[in-house]
Design a protein around this ligand. Structure first.
Ligand SMILES: Nc1ncnc2c1ncn2[C@@H]1O[C@H](COP(=O)(O)OP(=O)(O)OP(=O)(O)O)[C@@H](O)[C@H]1O
Ligand SMILES: [Mg+2]
Length: 284
């Protein structure tokens, strides 16, 4: 076990894909929970998706739905990071972790900044300064010294929030389902990230593509996958050896969508998590 007060060298990772429903949230929670509860890593989840699925899953897992509503009323959520002063003479207020971070008594290695459905009201592509707020929050509060990993769950479209996530991130990880739309999706994603990295002078690196919900392969799906893997962009981002298979319990099981809670997905998430650690070691 690592000690609570040790100064860490935390990494911020965005879970991102322009496509919806590819398993971003499930993988983000799955890896984070595995690393926290089975590998002694300290994890902060930031839910930057107005759908707030990460928040729902974790609050439900810890039986804290009422607290979520209470936090929502008090604006103890990621939305607070984007608040702006109302006069020109004020600087934006430094948001402190205690203003936004939720701790879990039963999982001391997991912290969460809740998502908020009202994020849709803040989306403003013309306000690039505010897309640096998550980055500022992490830097000003030295959160990389406190967490081993900060995982950001992104919405499925390129928006103000994906810019905010990428601005704050050291790496991005791309959960992906193989289908006919995946090649174009990855191409557009890479272009968006490369452009933002240029504009904002970012050092963000691809951690890799993780195949999710892998089911038995037909000849046709094999062909689509081969075409996908031939793309030079895909090779540049690189593909994890480990993948997650389709496990229906993750949708409907009583243990929620926490991968390590089911026998069928436990080994998958362990392999993906270990490969993530190896890839980060190699990337440093
Ligand atoms: N390995 C898996 N096996 C079976 N079902 C899965 C798996 N991973 C995710 N799912 C299910 O697929 C659906 C979409 O997954 P998830 O919400 O993680 O995707 P997402 O990319 O975050 O979606 P969105 O774009 O809406 O944010 C959910 O119902 C989830 O429970
Ligand atoms: Mg999601």
């Amino acid at each position: 076990m690592e000690s609570e007060n040790e100064i860490k060298n935390g990494k911020v990772i965005s879970f991102i894909n322009m496509k919806g429903g590819v398993g971003k949230t499930t993988l983000c929670i799955g890896i984070g929970q595995y690393l926290a509860d089975h590998a002694g890593k300290k994890i902060l989840f930031i839910d930057l998706d107005p759908q707030f699925n990460t928040t729902q899953s974790l609050m439900n897992h810890f039986d804290l739905e009422d607290e979520y509503m209470e936090n929502y009323r008090k604006n103890k959520s990621v939305r607070k990071l984007f608040e702006s002063p109302t006069t020109i003479s004020e600087l934006p207020k430094l948001v402190k972790p205690e203003d936004v971070v939720v701790n879990f008594e039963h999982s001391p290695n997991i912290d969460l900044i809740c998502g908020n459905i009202d994020l849709i009201f803040d989306d403003n592509q013309n306000d690039s300064a505010r897309t640096r707020r998550v980055k500022r929050f992490i830097l000003d509060n030295k959160l990389k010294e406190k967490y081993d990993f900060i995982f950001i769950d992104c919405p499925p479209t390129i928006s103000f929030y994906t810019d905010a996530a990428l601005n704050a991130s050291d790496y991005y990880l791309v959960p992906n389902r193989i289908d006919r739309y995946s090649i174009l999706g990855i191409k557009l994603l890479k272009q968006v990230i490369d452009r933002l990295a240029y504009d904002e002078d970012l050092k963000i690196k691809p951690l890799g593509i993780v195949y999710t919900m892998v089911d038995s392969m037909t000849l046709k799906s094999q062909r689509v996958m081969e075409a996908f893997e031939e793309s030079s962009l895909v090779q540049e981002i690189d593909i994890f050896d480990a993948q997650t298979s389709f496990v229906k319990d993750l949708m409907v099981g009583l243990q929620g969508n926490i991968s390590s809670n089911y026998k069928k997905s436990r080994e998958d998430i362990e392999m993906v998590s270990k490969e993530l650690l190896r890839r980060i070691d190699k990337g440093e």
